[in-house]
Ligand binder design. Structure first.
Ligand code: ATP
Ligand code: MG
Ligand code: FE
Length: 344
């Protein structure tokens, strides 16, 4: 099937077109620059930017894919979770398209789309598999039995998301927003054992209740205290070493828990998605630790890990090919859509 997917849950206006497992177009406009000076995404600014970028995005995607809107078999759109006003722009646009073209409409879960996108890179999903989604808004371990209808959340962050921690620590170190890629770059020149920062929720007492949960706010605070102490003593901050040590703490916890969750669930495939999956250290450590116990790691290329329309189209293709009935035309934008519901 040929599916057009629309993504507007945060700051990216994504329009993707996928035929089968072939990515034909991936048009992305980001309002990130407009948020940079606030140090975080401003919802109203994001919504307005989506409005302005939507029609040009659809036109660009069709041109890139060399298809006419009439050719598509279905429209898929992120229904949630995400920023309410931002989601609304995508959902309203998708409804208009579906209604105007007389095509079925699928309102999908953003997290499930982050999982489905891997089909574009590595072919059919191994199911069941374990998915670790790590981005600016999420840090979750999911047991994916069927990406179109059965995803069980095993754990998630109890405070900051992994990407959020990267962004906050980058700010402490005087690096630009969003900080993930800058920390990654700095860390390459640093010593990751320079400071041993705390590994949240990994103690024996956390095993019962938080075995598959994450916590990154204590880590962020620890970095802040360390930097402050240095500043008070008048010594320069070894930015690369602190970045590397912080990154090591995050990647250590993420990979340890992901491998533990795979073993616990008895699955042999680990899929990593979300913006933080672009992190070079995370990729290496995941391969290393999973490889040791016979677990295969699948990480889509960085451009597919961050938010985009292709991932929504990829999930749409799975839904159409597996014969799942479309959503109702009055489907909502659901800012807190649980991952247990793949379809609105
Ligand atoms: P959502 O959580 O809804 O998916 P988002 O816009 O935060 O929204 P993404 O676009 O997938 O999600 O990811 C952005 C996040 O990924 C930012 O926090 C950014 O710092 C982080 N990130 C990007 N590249 C890297 C990297 N190389 N290393 C670490 N973090 C990174
Ligand atoms: Mg983003
Ligand atoms: Fe996302």
């Amino acid at each position: 099937p040929l599916v057009l997917g629309i993504e507007t849950s945060c700051d990216e206006t994504g329009v993707g077109i996928v035929r089968g497992s072939t990515l034909l177009a991936d048009a992305i406009a980001s309002s990130l620059d407009e948020h940079a000076r606030f140090g975080g995404v401003v919802p109203e600014v994001a919504s307005r930017a989506h409005l302005e970028a939507m029609v040009p995005g659809i036109e660009r995607a069709c041109k890139q894919a060399n298809v006419r809107l009439d050719d598509v078999d279905a429209i898929a759109v992120t229904s949630g979770p995400g920023l309410a006003g931002a989601l609304l722009v995508g959902v309203a646009s998708a409804k208009a398209l579906a209604l105007g073209l007389g095509k079925p409409l699928y309102g999908v879960n953003h997290l499930a789309a982050h999982v489905a996108v891997d089909t574009l890179e590595h072919g059919p999903l191994p199911e069941p598999c374990l998915a670790m989604l790590v981005s600016g808004g999420h840090s979750s371990l999911l047991l994916v039995e069927d990406v179109t209808q059965k995803i069980d959340p095993l754990g998630s962050t109890i405070d900051d998301a992994a990407g959020e921690a990267f962004d906050k620590v980058a700010r402490l170190l005087g690096l630009p927003f969003p900080g993930g890629p800058y920390i990654d770059r700095e860390a390459k020149q640093g010593d990751n054992a320079y400071v041993t920062f705390p590994r949240g929720l990994t103690g024996p007492r956390d095993f019962e209740r938080h075995r598959f949960d994450f916590s990154f706010s204590g880590l962020k605070t620890a970095v802040a205290r360390w930097v402050e102490a240095r500043e008070r003593s008048g010594e320069p901050i070894p930015v690369a070493d602190v970045a590397a040590s912080f990154q090591e703490a995050v990647c250590d916890v993420l990979t340890r828990k992901a491998v533990d969750a795979c073993k616990n669930a008895g699955v042999t495939d680990l899929l990593i998605g979300g913006g933080v999956a672009a992190n070079s250290r995370l990729r290496v450590l995941a391969e290393e630790r999973a490889g040791k116990v016979g677990i295969r790691v699948r990480v889509p290329r960085p451009g597919l890990c961050t938010d985009n329309g292709a991932m929504v189209a990829a999930l749409g293709v799975e839904l159409v090919s597996r014969g799942v009935s479309p959503s109702a035309l009055d489907l909502p934008a659901d800012s807190s859509m649980p991952v247990t519901s793949v379809l609105a």
